[in-house]
Structure formats: C-alpha cells, structure tokens
Design a binder for this molecule. Structure first.
Ligand SMILES: [Fe+2]
Ligand SMILES: [Fe+2]
Length: 261
C-alpha cells in the first residue's frame, strides 16, 4: 500500500511530534495508520450483493460468510411450516433456531417462548435487514399476537443489555457493528416502547436464548418441536404461500426463489 506521507503526519494530529518518536513508536503509528486506510478501502469497495439480502438468496451471514447454495428440493403443493424448515431454510439458520428453542425448552420456559425461539430468525433466509419485523409479519396471521410482537421486538432488544434477565450485549455485535455502534433512532424508539410493554419479557427471552444458539458442535432435531408447532402455529389448509393471506407472497418468495420476476 502506498502511504501518503503528508496525510500520515496529519493523521498523527497536531500534538504528535514525529521527530521525537522512537523507531518502534514510528513503526507502530505507521502500522495502525495503514490498517485504518485498509479498512477504508474495504468500506468503499463496491458490493457484489447488498448486505441485507437473505441467506437463501446468496446473501452473506452477518459476519460476512457467503453460504453455499445447493439445488432446491421440490416443495409439496400445500407446504407446511415444517416443510420450510426441512426443504428451504438454510441449514445454519435452522441449526441456530433449533439450538435456541432447545435452550428455552431445557430451561423450562413457557411453550409459547420455545415456539417463538424456534421461528425467531426465519426471515434471515429472505432478508436480513430488519429481520425481526419481516419475521413477525410472515407469521402474524398464524400465531398469537404476543408471539409476533415478541419476534418483532427482539430486533431492537438485541442491542440493549438487560443483565437482570440474563442478557449481555453480544461480543459478536462488537465485531459486526463496531465498538462505538449506536443504534439508529428508530431502533432506540422501538426499544423504549418494548421495554415498557407488558410483553417485554416475551421478546427479551428470545434474545436471552439467542446467546446460547451458535454452537457448531450441537445438533438438535426438529422432531421434538413438531407438536409445539402444531399447538402454536395455525397451518393454513391451502398451504403457506397459497392461502391468499396478506403475507402469502413472502412464503412464495421462499418457495420460488429462482423466479425472475
Ligand atoms: Fe434475530
Ligand atoms: Fe437469532
């Protein structure tokens, strides 16, 4: 990397006397300057896909890894929620949600919370930005109001620690968003609204169990959750995507992700 000497000296600030520095100090200052410039180069590199694109469509994970896309399995004519888990959602998203639901189950949470954990990140398959809102909308016609509310608000609560509930700010977010990240005003407003709400803990618990759901060595089966899905998700008889509900097109987008229009 070429270093602009003037820019480098200016970046050291008016108080820094380059001439008075030891060789080690100069080398260190130069190295940290070059790293910051490298960061800028990455920041302005043109994107090949937008960051928010869902993982089923080739979008990167929040930490920047592009999952491998495989051939699409044929879906049944009347798909149920479990068919999306088995035939559409990307395996790493399924593993994460199953681990999260399993953690909630093991710790004796109410079944409604276990179910919410099981589906809390389904939207990242379609779109990652504001995934809590998208996910809540996808399931809204088929679940209790409290469950969709909780999934919608886990989006904002993830950015705010609540040690009394067992939720610390995730170390992973420092890496993804940077250490000085301040959530946008709309996230702050959603957090304040949720914090005062009677269902606050329903959303908070999703974030709590989220923390224990990223272990690559833990395999959890969907089978123990089939009955829980049956009790908390009103499966439309026409199949998800074909019930003419206001969200049917979202499910169809996951059934037919290769359709050009
Ligand atoms: Fe999430
Ligand atoms: Fe999650």
């Amino acid at each position: 990397m070429d270093v602009d000497r003037k820019a480098f000296l200016a970046a050291l600030g008016p108080g820094a006397a380059f001439g008075a520095m030891t060789h080690e100090e100069r080398a260190e200052a130069l190295e940290s300057y070059m790293m910051s410039q490298l960061g800028k180069q990455f920041a302005i590199a043109p994107a090949t896909v937008r960051r928010g694109m869902g993982v089923m469509f080739g979008g990167p994970t929040p930490s920047g890894v592009h999952p491998e896309l495989g051939a699409l399995a044929e879906m049944p004519r009347k798909p149920a929620l479990v068919d999306f888990f088995r035939l559409r959602f990307m395996p790493h998203t399924v593993a994460h949600m199953l681990q999260s639901a399993n953690d909630a189950l093991k710790k004796g949470e109410p079944e409604e919370t276990v179910f919410a954990c099981l589906v809390h990140d389904i939207a990242v398959n379609l779109i990652k930005v504001d995934h809590g809102y998208w996910g809540a909308q996808m399931i809204e016609p088929y679940v209790s109001e409290k469950t969709s509310w909780a999934i919608r608000h886990h989006q904002a609560l993830r950015f705010y620690a609540d040690p009394s509930a067992g939720y610390e700010y995730p170390e992973q977010y420092v890496r993804i968003f940077g250490k000085d990240y301040v959530p946008a005003p709309y996230i702050q407003a959603a957090y304040e609204h949720a914090h005062k709400h009677k269902w606050y803990m329903a959303a908070r618990l999703i974030t709590v169990h989220d923390l224990y759901a990223f272990d690559p060595n833990v395999k959890v089966s969907l089978d123990p959750f089939i009955d829980i899905i049956g009790r908390h998700f009103k499966q439309p008889k026409e199949g998800l995507g074909f019930d003419a509900s206001p969200v049917a097109h979202i499910w169809r987008s996951l059934i037919y992700p290769d359709n050009p229009l």
